[in-house]
Design a protein around this ligand. Structure first.
Ligand code: GDD
Length: 321
């Protein structure tokens, strides 16, 4: 019998990489997906309409699918947007995780077992904490998004402690790829660089170029999610590269990858893209994930930048008449 995985957020970047990873290991992969965007969903997955605000639908999908493993990747995941939509973000990103945990607590398979649960926790939960951040670093969330993720993190820990469920948090630092949504800074930049190189636009408007992030490759990070649910015991893990780079470095490298050296002449600073509160510096210490899961990042920062720029040049060319 194939193992069965249920993934919320299957239609997003991480959901698509995780689905491919699990399909390669002969899982039956099911997705809980809201009505809308589908282009990243692997056709071998079985899709179930539903969303994190709808507890009765989540319970119904659990009954239909009877998953062995549940990956809660669904969220309103944009930090800047969460300042405009704080209540919606709390409901989807925070209480949404609790709704999935409740469905899990009440669901048993034929032999009385509950599924294993992965919560997509975030390095944003640390805010401006001391660096590098690891599993023992206190949280100090600096956005409605990060507050919602802290809520979901602690609910996951509480369900593990209170009900002895197998529930683990992956505290993932930023992870990117050509499948990243265009509203996040890396993809916004690589897509703009491609369009500038092809003569389709003349500048890109950005916010804070000073912020530093620990950027990894999304395809590497879904491997860590899977490994967390294969352990003997549930636990919480930081997943990061241990390297940090300023947004300006990403921008410079992306322009260089397209053969453009004077990147500053193509960048305009726009206050609209600043946040009411900013996380200045994130850099993770993934020693525990490396030791216990045997996980290592494989794709370097400069390879991620090149991969994304190359993809966006081909993507933009393919749209030309
Ligand atoms: N999005 C965006 N757009 N960010 C900009 C821009 C811009 O035009 N200009 C500068 N930035 C800066 C942001 O202020 C932030 O410091 C940094 O670029 C990264 O922004 P995002 O790519 O939007 O990602 P994030 O770090 O806020 O959050 C991402 O990573 C988290 C993990 O640490 C998201 O994927 C979250 O969902 C995730 O939890």
């Amino acid at each position: 019998m194939n193992r069965v995985a249920l993934v919320t957020g299957l239609s997003g970047q991480d959901g698509s990489y995780l689905a491919e990873f699990l399909l390669e290991r002969d899982y039956d992969v099911h997705g809980l997906v809201p009505y809308g965007r589908r282009e990243l969903c692997d056709p071998r997955c079985q899709l179930h309409y539903g969303d994190l605000p709808d507890a009765s639908r989540i319970a119904a999908v659990f009954n239909d699918v009877s998953p062995d493993e549940v990956y809660n990747l669904g969220a309103q995941s944009h930090v800047r947007v969460s300042f405009d939509l704080p209540v919606h973000t709390a409901d989807v990103t925070g209480v949404g995780a609790l709704r999935v945990l409740e469905a899990m607590r009440q669901h048993r398979d034929a032999s009385g077992r509950s599924p294993r649960f992965y919560q997509a926790s975030s390095s944003e939960m640390f805010g401006n904490a001391v660096s590098p951040q690891d599993e023992s670093t206190p949280f100090h969330p600096l956005s409605p998004y990060a507050c919602a993720k802290v809520f979901a993190y602690w609910q996951t820990v509480n369900y593990r402690d209170a009900y002895e469920l197998f529930a683990s948090n992956g505290i993932l630092f930023n992870h990117e790829s050509p499948r990243r949504g265009i509203e996040f800074v890396t993809r916004k930049v690589t897509n703009a660089v491609a369009r500038i190189q092809l003569g389709l636009q003349d500048h890109v408007a950005l916010g804070n170029l000073e912020a530093k992030r620990d950027w990894g490759y999304a395809g590497d990070y879904v491997r860590a999610m899977y490994l967390m649910l294969q352990q003997d015991e549930p636990d919480d893990y930081v997943v990061a590269t241990g390297e940090t780079h300023a947004v300006s470095e990403f921008v410079q490298l992306a322009f260089a990858a397209a053969g453009i050296d004077d990147w500053e002449s193509y960048v305009r600073i726009d206050q609209r893209f600043f946040r009411p509160a900013e996380v200045d510096l994130l850099v993770g210490d993934a020693t525990k994930a490396k030791a216990k899961l045997g996980w290592e990042p494989k794709v370097s920062f400069s390879d991620i930048v090149t991969m994304m720029v190359d993809y966006d040049i081909e993507f933009e060319k393919s749209k030309l008449p």
